[in-house]
Design a protein around this ligand. Structure first.
Ligand SMILES: *Cc1c(COP(=O)(O)O)cnc(C)c1O
Length: 429
């Protein structure tokens, strides 16, 4: 029976069973689609709702946007798979007793950053929240007016401070904040400054008559300095590259140097320039880290075994100098333009579609504002974004001056054959 043919509206159940022929979705989901369509007086629409639901499921894509850490596409891509097994998440193999989930990952991260200790939480927003809640609840935190910023979807420093129970003390001006502005705030009898919070304005840059106070100067005021470096560059000398620091990292603050300069704590994201899973890292002074880890929020913000395991792989890759081979972000970022050009040419030759263009890839995720990495793209006349998105393994590209451009730098070699198939399927042939 085709439920659409009957005079009366089909029953929800009959329509759901009919949808099951075409849509590989759980019965309960199909029932929902059927019910919504019937309620709207348009049972035939149930197919579209089911297709829409299927498209909305989380799945892998090929990131051909040229934005390496694309926040909407999950930032740093990671290699990760494991079998169903228990782990030593909170178990000490030496004693057979309960262990700490933070101890070993904390010491690996501390070693990486040159810190006394480190703590891993759900993301950098959580890291800042926890630091403020644990170290400045009911007290004042000095922030430069030039750094009182909004970082992506609704994360605004003044709001975060308010939420944490700390009070914001604005320091300096939008374009210039000097050491004496901070000193004035610290010395004022009206204030009870617990921390100086320095935030890297990671998603914009200000040019002209600007001045900020470096961590090394802030550290002279006798109040703990917390540096939110955001992007998670571990060491500005990039010792894992066996070469000079790439120019696209110029001006990017790094965890190791911020701590060396006197920051008591640094906070950063694990899934930006570090190249790991989504998490937030707090590293620095052991006493302050200990205060953070016993705060009730720490339990609510703690990472699970999947994240710790993936982050451990990344930390070990840094310590073993396997960064450019084993951390996908760094592999993408350091591939030579020649190599990208060879791959692009092979894809164009094999598909018979498109032509090579020079492009500027972006590190992304609000890191390194204004910086780009030379890259190679495949340009196809016309806007094919929607067609590319409809593939089983969707390809996310961008349109530049009425050409669809697939940037090779954010695509992995193991997807090159997918790109060939995707180009072959375009109607331009
Ligand atoms: C990205 C960023 C954040 C937010 O980090 P999440 O890991 O997304 O929570 C906070 N501060 C700075 C400076 C950032 O760049």
């Amino acid at each position: 029976m085709n439920p659409h043919d009957s005079q009366r509206p089909p029953s929800v159940d009959a329509l759901a069973r009919d949808l099951a022929v075409r849509h590989d979705l759980p019965h309960a989901v199909l029932v929902d689609c059927a019910r919504s369509a019937i309620a709207a007086g348009n049972p035939a629409d149930a197919d579209r709702l089911a297709a829409e639901f299927h498209t909305s499921l989380l799945r892998d894509v090929v990131n051909a946007t040229g934005v390496l850490l694309h926040t909407n596409l999950g930032r740093a891509p990671i290699n990760f798979s494991r079998q169903a097994r228990s782990s030593t998440l909170e178990f000490d193999l030496a004693t057979g007793e309960r262990g700490s989930r933070q101890r070993s990952i904390g010491s690996l991260i501390a070693a990486l950053c040159g810190a006394e200790a480190a703590l891993v939480v759900n993301n950098n927003a959580a890291a800042i929240m926890l630091v403020l809640g644990a170290l400045a609840d009911g007290r004042d935190v000095a922030v430069s007016r030039g750094e009182s910023v909004e970082i992506g979807g609704g994360f605004r420093i003044p709001d975060v401070l308010e939420q944490s129970g700390a009070r914001l003390v604005d320091v300096g001006t939008t374009n210039r904040t000097r050491l004496r502005d901070y000193a004035k705030a610290v010395d004022s009898r009206k204030n009870d400054i617990a921390l100086l919070l320095k935030i890297h304005p990671s998603n914009f840059s200000v040019n002209g008559f600007v001045e900020e106070t470096p961590v090394s100067q802030l550290a002279t005021l006798g109040v703990p300095v917390v540096a939110d470096i955001g992007s998670g560059l571990i060491d500005e000398t990039c010792p894992w590259l066996n070469g000079p620091t790439p120019s696209w990292l110029a001006g990017e603050p790094a965890a190791k140097q911020a701590l060396q300069a006197g920051a008591s704590l640094v906070t950063f994201s694990g899934d930006k320039l570090m190249g790991g899973p989504q998490c937030g890292i707090i590293a620095g002074n052991a006493d302050l880290i200990a205060k953070c880890s016993v705060h009730p929020l720490a339990r609510a913000l703690r990472p699970g075994a999947l994240v710790i395991s993936a982050l451990q792989d990344v930390a070990l890759a840094y310590l073993d100098k396997r960064v450019t081979s084993d951390i996908p972000f760094w592999a993408m970022a350091t591939t030579t333009v020649d190599e990208l050009r060879i791959r692009a040419q092979r894809i164009v030759d094999a598909s018979g579609v498109g032509q090579l263009v020079n492009t500027a890839a972006l590190p992304g995720a609000g890191s390194t504002p204004g910086a780009s990495i030379p890259s190679v793209g495949i340009a196809v006349i016309g806007n094919h974004l929607a067609t590319l998105r409809k593939r089983t393994l969707p390809v996310i590209a961008r349109v530049v001056e009425s050409n669809t451009v697939l940037d090779m730098r954010s695509c992995f070699v193991h997807d090159d054959d997918e790109l060939i198939a995707a180009l072959k399927s375009l109607p331009t042939r």
